[in-house]
Design a protein around this ligand. Structure first.
Ligand SMILES: NC(=O)c1ccc[n+]([C@@H]2O[C@H](COP(=O)([O-])OP(=O)(O)OC[C@H]3O[C@@H](n4cnc5c(N)ncnc54)[C@H](OP(=O)(O)O)[C@@H]3O)[C@@H](O)[C@H]2O)c1
Length: 264
């Protein structure tokens, strides 16, 4: 599913869209920011990450944009107090939000490696993965729900991963990452049900981007066939295609890059 950049990123909105992208300094998040700031139906984008204001890529993009269309905000989404400070900042910079895409996520870092065996699993890995992949998205949802437009349509989307599917788990391994994405799926699915009652024009989605050529996937690309490794541009465009085609009737779905539903 591809996105037509001459159309609005959220179906049915008549005003310039106000957008929040977490994880906007790298990988898919940066690709989404790049595509959205170039869209004439977008009024302003805020890109959030721990070091968004230090990102050369975001600074260069902001310099290219007319006016103040791209804003950067540093926020550690594993810190609840920092998430609670987000709404005040957002209210000062956006009248309301039409699109929130949470892309912040972790698979590995200096101290974290996806496990091949249960013997490699540590409590620390579980804590780290759950903090960003499961708890951050639902705390973000709590923070931004009051800011989602109620007069027009809005979308809250969070990036999950097919490996978070319990029904589709055939290979095993990657305990912390899989389980944290599965937990995210349940939390965001639950949020989707409440959101449909509180804001019937809003839509909430869990999205699997495919395998995308980003720093997150770099150490694990060796066995991925070239045609199954998406560029950031392709993945961002595909995700925006799904979001732009979504309506409140789609709320609560777990959708892959090609528009197909993924088993929970
Ligand atoms: N790439 C793939 O093949 C693939 C496949 C399936 C699912 N996904 C999912 O897609 C999402 C995006 O992945 P990606 O490949 O684009 O990852 P990435 O290139 O590693 O980017 C991760 C982003 O998250 C931010 N971040 C990390 N920790 C944070 C924190 N504590 N608070 C706020 N922001 C934080 C990073 O910026 P800072 O370092 O500045 O904080 C960065 O902007 C993830 O949720 C991932 O699980 C990716």
């Amino acid at each position: 599913m591809s996105f037509d950049p001459t159309t609005p990123p959220v179906a049915g909105i008549t005003q310039g869209a106000h957008v929040l992208i977490t994880g906007g300094s790298s990988g898919i998040g940066l690709g989404l920011v790049r595509e959205l700031v170039a869209n004439r139906h977008v009024a302003a984008v805020t890109a959030v990450s721990r070091r968004a204001t230090q990102s050369d890529a975001l600074s260069a993009l902001a310099d290219e944009c007319a006016g103040d269309r791209l804003k950067m905000l540093d926020c550690d989404l594993t810190d609840e107090a920092s998430i609670e400070r987000l709404p005040a900042w957002l209210r000062a910079h956006h009248p309301r939000l039409h699109l929130v895409i949470n892309t912040a996520g972790i698979l590995h870092d200096q101290n974290l490696r996806p496990e091949r065996s249960i013997t490699q699993l540590t409590r620390n890995a579980l804590d780290q993965a759950f903090a960003l992949n499961a708890f951050a998205p639902i705390l973000l949802a709590r923070a931004v729900m009051p800011l989602l437009d109620r007069e027009e349509a809005s979308v809250f989307a969070s990036l999950s991963a097919r490996v978070g599917s319990i029904g589709d788990n055939r290979l095993g391994g990657w305990y912390a990452y899989r389980a944290s994405k599965a937990a995210q799926n349940q939390l965001i699915r639950t949020f989707a049900i409440e959101l449909s009652r509180r804001n019937p024009k809003a839509c909430c989605l869990l999205l699997h981007p495919g395998t995308v050529d980003t720093p997150l996937s770099t150490p694990f690309q060796a066995n991925v066939p070239a045609e199954k490794l998406f560029s950031i541009e392709r993945a961002s465009n595909q995700l925006l295609g799904i979001i732009a085609a979504a309506s409140p009737a789609d709320s609560g779905r777990f959708i892959a890059w090609d528009g197909s539903d993924i088993a929970w």
